[in-house]
Design a binder for this molecule. Structure first.
Ligand code: HXC
Length: 260
């Protein structure tokens, strides 16, 4: 999965961990089309890479991402955005089957906040700032914000934030359950990498099944979701990792998962 990109950087800071860094610092990582295309290419390659167990997505200290690129969007017409289904490619990230941890520092606004919400886990710097300011630009969130924010923090809070466009703090996002953990800004990426490394050590097929069960469950009723979970659960008894994990427990030793 080594390749060089213009707007992102892909590194491997720990065993089975890929770190994807948004790298358009002069524009506060505004998410231009070329950046999203690179992100999709990188995510697809990492999802296929057997040496990667989990992915961390981050920006820099000042901005995770300050949103879609307003300068690139401002003169677009309805015909143009409708014809080319502008923003559709953003949701490719939700097809990635490996866990993605967003490590948010600085601004995560508009499409930046939506990108973080497409990740599976959000870690944030205690100084991070979130927001869906689209309403102030005469638009609404267009990359899932009106759907994911209310599911993550509740309808009334999401309504208030999206209708006013006011920013919200990392502490608010944490207290509402949108952010899993808060850290000092200098530590958030290393903590996300450390969690990704831990996830990379357990059986990869079980990790994939767990993410699939949680994500598909959100689109099902409880009964269907529980049945879907049970099918995946049963299926894992056909894996070498299940045999190894349970044998290791019985033999009082550490499991050596092969992700098979
Ligand atoms: C294009 C952007 C940008 C953006 C910042 N920049 N955000 N360019 N699109 N979303 C550029 C600025 O124009 C500027 O370029 C440089 O980055 C530095 O930004 P400043 O504004 O000078 O920095 P600062 O004063 O510190 O203010 C930071 C900020 C502000 C509060 C985050 O930049 C800001 O309000 N940005 C826009 C936030 C926003 O509205 N996001 C939602 C976008 S709509 P120059 O060339 O002047 O140095 C959206 C829709 C999503 O995301 C729909 C579907 C995806």
């Amino acid at each position: 999965s080594e390749q060089s990109y213009e707007h992102i950087i892909v590194t491997h800071p720990a065993p089975r961990v890929a770190l994807v860094t948004l790298n358009r610092p002069k524009a506060l990582n505004a998410l231009c089309n070329a950046l999203i295309a690179e992100l999709n290419t990188a995510f697809k390659a990492l999802d296929r890479d057997d040496n990667v167990g989990a992915i961390v997505l981050t920006g820099n200290e000042k901005a995770f991402a300050a949103g879609a690129d307003i300068k690139e969007m401002k003169d677009k017409t309805f015909a143009e955005v409708y014809k080319h289904d502008f923003i559709r490619s953003w949701s490719e990230m939700t097809q990635v089957t490996k866990p993605i941890i967003a490590a948010v520092r600085g601004y995560a606004l508009g499409g930046g906040c939506e990108l973080a919400m497409m990740a599976d886990i959000i870690y944030a710097a205690d100084t991070a700032t979130f927001g869906q300011p689209e309403i102030k630009l005469g638009i609404i969130p267009g990359a899932g914000g009106t759907q994911r924010l209310p599911r993550l923090i509740g309808r009334s809070r999401a309504m208030e934030l999206i209708l006013t466009g006011r920013n919200f703090s990392a502490q608010e996002a944490y207290s509402w359950g949108m952010v899993a953990r808060l850290f000092p800004s200098t530590r958030v990426v290393e903590e996300a990498v450390s969690t990704a490394e831990q996830i990379g050590k357990v059986g990869g097929l079980a990790v994939k099944a767990a993410k699939e069960a949680i994500n598909l469950g959100e689109e099902m009723g409880l009964g269907e979701g529980v049945k879907f979970e049970r099918r995946l659960f049963h299926g894992l008894f056909s894996t070498a990792d299940q045999k190894e994990g349970m044998a290791a427990f019985a033999e009082k030793r550490k499991a050596q998962f092969k992700h098979d």
